[in-house]
Ligand binder design. Sequence first.
Ligand code: 5GP
Length: 253
Amino acid sequence: MARRKMIYEGKAKIIYEGTEPGTIVQYFKDDATAFNAQKKDVIEGKGVLNNRLSEYFMTGLNQIGVPTHFIKRLNMREQLCRQVEIVPLEVIVRNYAAGTMSKRLGIDEGTQLPRPIVEYCLKDDSLGDPLVTEEHIAAFGWASQQDMEDILSLALRVNDFMSGVMMAVGIRLVDFKIEIGRVYDGDFQRLIVADEISPDSCRLWDIETGQKLDKDVFRRDLGSLTDAYTEVAKRLGVMPKTSTPITKPTLIN
Ligand code: 5GP
């Protein structure tokens, strides 16, 4: 069997050429990185959980008419997606202050924001994904004015969907990051949600206890990342309750 072609290897995923023209395969790795890859580890089972969770969110978005690149899950770690041209921006939506917004503006983590706030960062690891304004985006041609209107609308629709899905299982969606892809249908181009939506790219807090169920568990050394992601998956009914554990059982003497 011919070996398929790798297109790109990122920090958490590998992208391969897909089976049909215009498709790619996303392979979810177990690698975890934080602080622009200054902190690294391999967390057994993380890729399997993120593959499932991203499938769950993207399928839901497709079903309510928010277009995404997701086509179907292929196996435990891989999903087939539409090939897109990635817009070089990280689109962040915040409902509560946390992370860099708290640091930058001196607002306590957990403070509810007056309304969802959308921020844009330039996707450039060598610069640490700096925050940029719509002025920069327009002046440097990273996206057009029409693109920005579409991106804002997609981001807010994803926020409404994700907030509702999470609230139903007792989880607060504090903030999240999405990436946007450009696809061409004949002479027309449109923007769709791409990359992944998972606890790697969201802040998720238990509504009752405030327990963190996202990548901050890794960033801030707060315990087991797989336990946190498994809890999210279980509450959403994404992992069958009787499934075999994805991490090896710990041997107790
Ligand atoms: P912050 O700007 O506070 O670090 O992040 C805001 C939100 O966007 C958090 O949910 C965080 O996980 C997500 N985010 C920001 N940058 C990245 C990134 O480069 N990769 C991933 N996976 N998520 C990010």
